[in-house]
Write a protein that binds this ligand. Structure first.
Ligand SMILES: O=P(O)(O)OC[C@H]1O[C@H](OP(=O)(O)OP(=O)(O)O)[C@H](O)[C@@H]1O
Ligand SMILES: Nc1nc2[nH]cnc2c(=O)[nH]1
Ligand SMILES: [Mg+2]
Length: 168
């Protein structure tokens, strides 16, 4: 079970919004690679990092893209994160230098902490950040409060809603 604050608020992100925010992230990272140059590759933390990583790699014209799979949440319940699929060793090098690691969000920071330990010189970027994990991320776009749960478009569907003054 989760030992974190309950999530009192919901922040619902549409496809349009995540596209705009991931583009903003790409623009912020442009030319910020090693020695003020280009990034060597993008690594998405699956699964949530895949859509943002695709948008970032498209904007920055980076063709070398890999994934690292870290599992820690089952719905809103958190457990110890563990790596269940590593990226290619030759992409990461010894310490991840020049690699842009992208995730959708940082919450407690435990996922990024684990990946940072493995690749200390990589650059860590997320679209959204909560205060508890902010120190683990190098670049992010939007901050939300710790008691907010972020709902992504890939976890949602359009549904009929009863009118406020419904006919009984
Ligand atoms: O900062 P933390 O508290 O570690 O949480 C952040 C991580 O949690 C979510 O992934 P999740 O483990 O739910 O897997 P998913 O990306 O496959 O949905 C999210 O996509 C981040 O990767
Ligand atoms: N979708 C989603 N996954 C998370 N994993 C950790 N925090 C969150 C969150 O706020 N939203
Ligand atoms: Mg994730």
């Amino acid at each position: 079970m989760s030992d974190r604050l309950p999530h009192e608020k919901g922040f619902h992100v549409s496809w349009d919004q995540i596209h705009r925010d991931a583009r903003a992230l790409a623009w912020r990272l442009d030319g910020k690679g090693p020695d003020g140059g280009a990034w060597r590759s993008v690594v998405a933390i699956t699964r949530g990092g895949m859509a943002p990583a695709m948008i970032v790699s498209r904007e920055l014209d980076i063709r070398v893209v890999d994934t690292i799979s870290v599992k820690s949440y089952n719905h809103q319940d958190q457990s110890q994160p563990r790596v269940i699929k590593a990226p290619q060793a030759e992409i990461m090098g010894t310490d991840g230098e020049g690699v842009l690691v992208v995730d959708d969000l940082v919450d407690t920071g435990k996922t990024l902490e684990l990946v940072r330990k493995l690749y200390p010189k990589a650059h860590f970027a997320t679209v959204y950040a909560k205060p508890a994990g902010r120190a683990m991320v190098d670049t992010y776009i939007t901050e939300v409060s710790q008691d907010t749960w972020i709902f992504f478009p890939w976890d949602m569907a359009l549904q009929y809603v009863q009118p406020y003054r419904g006919a009984d």
